[in-house]
Design a protein around this ligand. Structure first.
Ligand SMILES: NC(=O)c1ccc[n+]([C@@H]2O[C@H](COP(=O)([O-])OP(=O)(O)OC[C@H]3O[C@@H](n4cnc5c(N)ncnc54)[C@H](OP(=O)(O)O)[C@@H]3O)[C@@H](O)[C@H]2O)c1
Length: 293
């Protein structure tokens, strides 16, 4: 655990409110804590617990997870490391995909699948109510068109039963975001977005006007680290890492962007929290802005 315990507001970027839940804009994504391919247990169980405890020790109050990670493994690690949870900590999970024996992520969005997934999240996280549940849409290739009504209405019913506090959508098209919002309020959209993948620029700005968070997954490029000569040039000019520049750029991109970089390493976690605070000049921003355009 870090020696200096930050208060949430002392983290770069300050806080954002998901419905009635205040979270630090610098959060942590727990997917990397499971074994290779996000299947099975981690090689270093105690190391995974240490990362989670360090995240909270650094002042992070937003951890992103899913019961499909492992499956079940990541949620059980979170429970082992952090339960009983500090009142300030909010766990955001997602349902809508399961795992197959090859490590694939087949969709599981029928009402029974979703009820089971919510039950598994509650049980494995040791909670009676889930703070935020994202309905994960599309597939491993990205968002796919199609109605979200049946699946989203199932989650709204579970919300009415008191099992879920707030809803969001993930891996969604702009049309699906609009369709979900016409059914019930959402507090966040979690889609793939980073310096090099800017397909959601318009959606981010619209959501910012509506007070809805945009939570980019793969902020560092995910399984394929971000690579760009412009990014490398800005990073070396600032004597910083490309990861720090990528995170600091996201925080600057829009006030509704929340960071959930993933790592299985305490050292990388610390680097990412510090790196998000890297000051970027207008010149840096202009150069970076060209990367994904
Ligand atoms: N909604 C969805 O469909 C969806 C899909 C994917 C992910 N997610 C969520 O988004 C979160 C973030 O995505 P992600 O973890 O896949 O991708 P990411 O944050 O873009 O990148 C994680 C990768 O970067 C490495 N890394 C992190 N910090 C580093 C540093 N300071 N120096 C060098 N390498 C570093 C990690 O390796 P090390 O472990 O070695 O640090 C890992 O390989 C996940 O944890 C998950 O919660 C959601």
């Amino acid at each position: 655990m870090s020696e200096t315990v930050n208060t949430p507001s002392s983290l770069t970027g300050g806080t954002w409110t998901l419905g009635d839940l205040t979270v630090t804009r610098v959060g942590y994504g727990a997917m990397q804590l499971a074994g290779p391919g996000v299947m099975g247990p981690p090689a270093d169980h105690d190391g995974a617990l240490a990362v989670l405890r360090e995240a909270v020790g650094l002042g992070i109050t937003h951890i992103d997870t899913a019961d499909a990670y492992g499956p079940h493994i990541t949620n059980r690690l979170i429970r082992e490391a952090l339960h009983p949870y500090p009142a300030s900590l909010h766990l955001v999970t997602k349902v809508g995909a399961t795992r197959d024996e090859q490590g694939g992520w087949p969709p599981a969005r029928k009402p029974d699948d979703l009820r089971r997934a919510v039950d598994h999240n509650l049980e494995n996280l040791g909670l009676e109510t889930l703070d935020v549940v994202n309905l994960r849409l599309g597939d491993a290739q990205g968002p796919q068109p199609g109605s979200v009504a049946e699946a989203f209405e199932t989650l709204v019913e579970l919300q009415r039963q008191g099992l879920i506090r707030h809803l969001g959508v993930s891996n969604a098209t702009a049309e699906q975001v609009a369709e979900a919002r016409a059914i019930a309020p959402i507090v966040c959209v979690q889609n793939m977005y980073n310096l090099a993948h800017r397909q959601d620029d318009e959606l981010i700005d619209e959501l910012a006007e509506q007070g809805i968070a945009y939570v980019p997954f793969f902020p560092l490029g995910g399984f394929t680290p971000l690579q760009s000569s412009a990014l490398t040039a800005v990073a070396s000019r600032l004597d910083a890492t490309p990861m720090s520049v990528a995170l600091a750029w996201l925080l600057r991109r829009s006030p509704n962007i929340l960071l959930i970089p993933g790592t299985s390493s305490v050292a990388h976690l610390r680097e990412n929290v510090a790196g998000a605070g890297l000051p970027l000049s207008d010149e840096d921003l202009a150069e970076l802005d060209k990367i994904g355009r």
